[in-house]
Design a protein around this ligand. Structure first.
Ligand code: SAH
Length: 475
């Protein structure tokens, strides 16, 4: 076989970027734009020893799972990868991904996985679920301002007025910001020349509170005619906070260090279940509030709390899971690497009148071992004398790490602390499977595993797993 050869291919699976995967004469082929169930004529674009890449030359028999994507730019835009698959099939694909990872990376058998897997929790309406949107600002070929999303693997902006994953008010806000730019002379930032002002527009919407925050990210500390921007935006129903964030660096990171409030509050408030949260422009906050409530509900269910338990919540962000658990536990200790998030977590605990949650800034893989192995002074410094004893051997440890999963130093200390249960919340099935393998080898058996679809129409999938400590057999 060689480049440009054309051959028939049946697509049986889909990869992490939403590409179709098929097998032909012992080789695996990755085909962008093809979906599971398609039969196609594929053209080889690149060949390696055991695998290759191909393009769709012709769809000879379209998959029964294909649908017309409701968004007109779903193909070009890098945001959604599988909008052209019906939702039922999306959920099935994601479930398969999780199973596959558990078997291939986690070393579990098919039967073991089937025994613990609960049905995936999907959405009733898999659109309009995001509470946060970040639109890059730039210019098109004619010099006109465009806002939208980056194309796949590039920084070319695809103009999108109404992203179907976001809330409808985003469109109105973008239109008004554009108007403001024309009338004030504020120009768009250019990544190549590093000149120009407006870089991004970030919009947050509280699904429960209906409060809106607009954050304009600029290559500068001031905007021309700031009052004009405020004038245009402030009467939108729900508008609560208009802020300017300054980012003068040559970087892909969207937000800069400093934020100045132009109008209204510095934060918006939203709630998940009974717990209220203050959210600033820079806070990490789960983007799908409808599914987050289901995810946290599952985590709470798996933690099996009665009110007497001591719980650690590692990778706690602004304390969302911690405070959810604190409603039903004796004490909760949250650990998080970002100091500002810890400050927010403390404020959120106070906002909800919860005195049984304490928060520590630092890396989970450093704080936990230091606490467990350290001398009395370290413990007291971290948690105060009274609490330290119970925290040495908590009843439950909850973790919710970023995609790279937990550091081994963190896992090994968790095991030494001998909690009865571990609840693992994960946004990456591969690192989840890797960490579950380690935990099983060290006495913690997964009992239940539930995928929750936090990100419909993308390939991402969240999971929550409950592990129980096996008593060592006496010999
Ligand atoms: N549980 C929270 C946040 C989960 S996201 C929620 O549901 O909202 C993962 C969090 O882990 C982020 O807030 C990130 O800042 C934090 N983090 C990343 N690496 C870390 C580390 N090594 N130790 C502790 N926290 C870390």
């Amino acid at each position: 076989m060689k480049k440009n050869d054309i051959f028939p291919l049946t697509i049986t699976d889909m990869g992490t970027a939403g590409e179709g995967i098929g097998h032909y004469e012992g080789m695996t082929f990755f085909v962008s734009g093809a979906v599971a169930g398609d039969t196609i004529l594929a053209g080889v674009t690149k060949l390696k020893k055991k695998y290759g890449y191909a393009r769709v030359v012709e769809i000879t028999n379209p998959s029964e799972f294909r649908i017309d994507p409701p968004c007109s730019v779903s193909k070009q835009c890098g945001g959604c990868q599988i909008q052209h698959l019906n939702y039922e099939k999306q959920l099935e694909l994601k479930t398969d991904k999780v199973r596959e990872n558990m078997i291939r990376i986690g070393g579990f058998t098919e039967e073991e996985v089937s025994e613990i897997m609960e049905p995936i929790i999907g959405m009733e309406n898999p659109f309009r679920y995001r509470n946060k949107a970040q639109f890059p600002v730039g210019c098109d070929k004619n010099g006109d301002v465009v806002m939208g999303f980056y194309a796949v693997r590039s920084h070319r902006i695809i103009p999108v007025n109404d992203c179907l994953l976001g809330v409808p008010v985003n469109e109105e806000i973008l239109k008004l910001v554009k108007e403001y730019m024309t009338e004030s002379g504020a120009d768009a930032y250019n990544e190549e020349t590093r000149k120009g002002l407006l870089r991004h527009v970030l919009i947050r919407y509280g699904f429960t509170s209906k409060q809106i925050m607009v954050c304009v990210i600029a290559n500068g500390k001031k905007l021309p005619k700031e009052e004009l921007l405020v004038e245009k935006l402030k009467d939108i129903p729900g508008m609560t906070s208009i802020v300017l964030n300054t980012n003068e660096k040559n970087t892909n990171v969207i937000l800069g260090e400093t934020t100045r409030t132009l109008w209204g509050e510095d934060t918006i408030t939203d709630s998940i279940g009974n717990v209220k949260f203050k959210i600033s422009a820079k806070s990490f906050y789960q983007v799908n509030p409808i599914q987050t409530e289901k995810l946290y509900g599952k985590a709470l269910d798996y933690a099996d709390l009665t009110g007497n338990e001591t719980v650690w919540d590692l990778y706690c962000g602004i304390g969302t899971i911690s405070l959810f658990l604190a409603q039903k536990a004796k004490a909760v200790y949250g650990v998080e690497i970002v100091p500002q998030a810890i400050a927010d977590a403390k404020e959120n605990a106070a906002l909800n009148g919860m005195e049984n949650a304490r928060f520590i800034a630092g890396k989970a893989e450093e704080v936990l071992p230091a606490f467990y192995n350290g001398d009395r002074a370290v413990k007291q410094e971290l948690l105060g004398a009274a609490a330290a004893e119970g925290a040495m051997h908590p009843d439950v440890i909850v973790v919710d790490p970023p995609r790279k999963g937990c550091d081994e130093a963190c896992l090994s200390t968790m095991v030494q602390m001998q909690p009865k249960n571990i609840v693992y919340v994960s946004c990456d099935p591969a690192t989840l499977a890797r960490d579950l393998k380690y935990l099983r080898e060290h006495g913690y058996v997964p009992e239940k595993l539930c995928p929750v679809d936090q990100f419909p129409n993308t390939m991402h999938i969240e999971n929550v797993c409950r592990l129980t400590r096996m008593e060592k057999e006496k010999s």
